[in-house]
Each structure stands twice: as structure tokens, then as C-alpha cells.
Design a protein. Structure first.
Length: 235
């Protein structure tokens, strides 16, 4: 039976589940809200490392990540990283800790369903590989798109989804379909054994317990920006 999801922060969480509810990783319990901020810290640390800086303070990291310093210190404490008073955090060490916590030391096979403009853009993006995500399959239901080459990959048919997921050990699937097709695609992905889904389709998708789903809604983000822009112009 599917469980309706609700929006929480920038992602989706099972109904009735608080985004601050903690998820277990090894012996620690890390709040989901903290997990959602770890990529922000990682990106900030990469910027700092590129400048050959060895340490970073919680205030500097907070500024780069767009959060407050107290939140940074609390979040990183869940990783066992407390920094050194007056010195800050060792950049290389903290990057390794976050990399391990996010599972970026592994090679994650990713499948993209829906090869319209957005799907093609995602398929052609070269930044995934450097972050541990390897595109292993491109799938579409449109017979006119099946067989087309995008980069070094060939678009395959949705009907072969179960075999593709099993043979290539797909860990994460990206839905880049029109809204009306998103739920059916999600259902077929779950049936094929996929347990982690990133949904770009402008639709709310339901998945069973035990399947993780996050939604990227570009229209919503633009509407939020429009709100701030409107209020800025009236100041």
C-alpha cells in the first residue's frame, strides 16, 4: 500500500514523519534535516580546499553554506567532528568524514527515465561522475526516442526496465518525465527493485514504505524567488 508523502524542506518525507526525525547510520543517529545540509557543507569545503586553505571556522563554513554557525557546529557534532577552539575544522579531514557519511566513496549506478529537454540535460551533465554517480542507463517510453544516442549512451525502452535495473544494479533512478507519467514510472521503478528515486516531474509521487524519494520542483523554487523579489521591489 502506498504511503502519501509530504514536502519537508527541500525533499519529501513520509506523512506524519518529522523532517528532524533521526535516521540511523552505524552507531549514531543523525537528523534528516542535518543529512540534507551535509551536501551544502561538502560543496563549501570543496571551494575552500581549492583555495589551498587547511582549516575553516564554523562561521566561515556557515557563510558559505547559507546557514548559521550554531547549526553548523551542531550538525558536525553528529559526525564526531567538533573542531578546535580558535583554529576551526581541518578541511581535508572534514571532507573525508562527510564523503563517507554521504556514501560518496562508492560508485552509485544511476538510471534516468524521460529523455525530454531536462532528461537530456541531466544525461549530458559531466559533474555526476566526479561525485560518485555513474549514469548507466537512459530510458524512455517514446518509440521515437528509443535507439537515439545521447553522448555515449543509447536510449532504451521502458519495457526493459526490470532487466536494466537487475543487470546494471541500479541504485538510484531519476524521473524526468511529464507530470502525468511520473506516478506510473515510480511504480514501475519500485517493482523493478529501485529503492531511491529523485523526482524532477512537477507532480507529487507516492511510494511504498522503505523507498526513499526526493523531489526537485523548479517551479516552486521560482515562486519563492518571485515572492522575495516582489517584496524587495515594494520596500
Amino acid at each position: 500500500m502506498h504511503k502519501r508523502l509530504r514536502l519537508g524542506g527541500h525533499g519529501l518525507f513520509p506523512a506524519g514523519r518529522d523532517p528532524e526525525e533521526r535516521c540511523t547510520t552505524d552507531e549514531r543517529r543523525i537528523p534528516e534535516a542535518t543529512v540534507a545540509r551535509l551536501p551544502l557543507y561538502y560543496r563549501a569545503l570543496v571551494e575552500v580546499a581549492e583555495q589551498a586553505v587547511g582549516t575553516v571556522s564554523s562561521e566561515q563554513l556557515a557563510s558559505l553554506a547559507g546557514v548559521n554557525a550554531a547549526k553548523v557546529r551542531k550538525d558536525l557534532s553528529y559526525l564526531g567532528s567538533y573542531g578546535t577552539r580558535g583554529v576551526g575544522y581541518d578541511v581535508d579531514y572534514l571532507m573525508r568524514e562527510i564523503t563517507q557519511e554521504l556514501g560518496l566513496t562508492q560508485d552509485w549506478p544511476v538510471l534516468i527515465v524521460g529523455l525530454g529537454n531536462l532528461g537530456r540535460a541531466l544525461a549530458n551533465y559531466r559533474g555526476f561522475g566526479a561525485r560518485g554517480f555513474r549514469i548507466v542507463a537512459l530510458v524512455d517510453a517514446d518509440p521515437e526516442k528509443v535507439g537515439q544516442c545521447i553522448g555515449e549512451m543509447t536510449v532504451e525502452t521502458l519495457g526493459d526496465l526490470p532487466a536494466i535495473v537487475a543487470e546494471r544494479r541500479v541504485a538510484i533512478a531519476v524521473i524526468a518525465t511529464p507530470a502525468h507519467a511520473a506516478q506510473e514510472v515510480a511504480d514501475r521503478l519500485v517493482e523493478a527493485g529501485v529503492r531511491s528515486i529523485l523526482n524532477f516531474a512537477p507532480a507529487v509521487v507516492s511510494v511504498p514504505e522503505g523507498v526513499s524519494i526526493r523531489k526537485v520542483d523548479l517551479a516552486t523554487e521560482l515562486q519563492i524567488l518571485a515572492f522575495y523579489q516582489q517584496h524587495r521591489e515594494h520596500v
